[in-house]
Write a protein that binds this ligand. Structure first.
Ligand code: ADP
Ligand code: MG
Length: 286
């Protein structure tokens, strides 16, 4: 494109809340075959809230809140908010450890305790009634964490993070433009599939550890150019690996720095706008 055309395109995009940090991204997005989305905070609101507690509510909340008080994960915020709403007091934990993509461990009242997913809790073998409940909650698009205390699983906490109201329409518009859509998440397969179904995503890659996101992007690049849309600290490598990195304006600083396009309005319609502006900008001078 001529520098003038590029400037006009970039200016038009900015007015629509699409910040183009790098002009080549605007040109490149037109050649993208697949759009990959992070789940939490990108497709969903990123404001998870506790919906169900299985087990003795005050005991489960007390142990979970003790542990999560030292965590910065969005799931931790949801659990602490619930403990506060239910006026549950909790002791402070010691020997805190965060296990990436799995959960947290610490000592509560001197006893070993954990909150996390099946990858973390597998060894504690869930009783079959809890297993059943876990699956039912996951199929309802809820992220479930398992709470363990003193060598036993004491309960489950289900946490819901609803899709943004704009996500489904934006994904359908991208598919109508011939693009393939993929969700890449650290969350459980069942939960990810339930949310993918709600918004019309074509393919789900779940249970991805934070350091594996970039590798998954590379694997998808074998079928053509890809854009990655994300907001988190752990999305930064995927944003720089993708042919076009698109960050949510509400995202972490490192995600915004890693993206070459930033969506000020924090919704996926921005991706559709970026594509359409790219077409207009580059077709005019071809
Ligand atoms: P993503 O941001 O893609 O959802 P993460 O890698 O941050 O993925 O987390 C993946 C999973 O690890 C979560 O869905 C949850 O099951 C578990 N997990 C991570 N951190 C915590 C935490 N502080 N408390 C409970 N579970 C956690
Ligand atoms: Mg996210």
């Amino acid at each position: 494109a001529t520098p003038t055309a590029l400037m006009v395109g970039t200016g038009r995009a900015a007015k629509m809340g699409v910040l183009i940090k790098d002009g080549t991204a605007l040109e490149e997005i037109e050649n993208v075959k697949t759009i990959i989305f992070d789940k939490t905070g990108t497709i969903t609101n990123g404001q998870p809230a506790v919906t169900d507690i299985v087990g003795n509510q005050s005991q489960v909340l007390q142990v979970a809140a003790s542990l999560e008080a030292s965590s910065e994960h969005p799931l931790a915020a949801a659990i602490l908010q619930k403990a506060k709403a239910e006026s549950v007091d909790y002791p402070s934990a010691t020997d805190f450890q965060a296990l990436e993509g799995r959960g947290v461990m610490a000592k509560v009242n001197g006893e070993g305790a954990f909150v996390g997913n099946e990858r973390l809790a597998a060894e504690s073998k869930l009783p079959s009634d809890l297993q059943q409940k876990l699956h039912t909650l996951q199929a309802a698009a809820k992220t479930v964490v398992i709470v363990g205390y003193a060598g036993q699983v004491i309960g489950l906490i289900a946490i819901q993070d609803a899709p943004k109201p704009s996500s489904a329409a934006a994904i359908s518009a991208l598919k109508a433009r011939g693009l393939k859509t993929v969700m890449l998440t650290g969350d459980n397969q069942r939960v990810a599939e339930a949310i993918a179904k709600q918004v019309g995503i074509d393919q789900v890659i779940a249970g991805v550890l934070p350091n594996q996101k970039a590798e998954q992007v590379q694997a998808l690049q074998k079928d053509g150019k890809v854009a990655f849309v994300g907001d988190g600290i752990n999305d930064a490598p995927a944003l720089t690996t993708a042919d076009v990195g698109i960050a949510m304006g509400s995202g972490t600083d490192i995600a915004i720095e890693s993206g070459s396009i930033v969506l000020v309005q924090n919704d996926l319609n921005g991706v559709v706008r970026a594509l359409d502006i790219s077409k207009k900008t580059f077709n005019r001078i071809k």
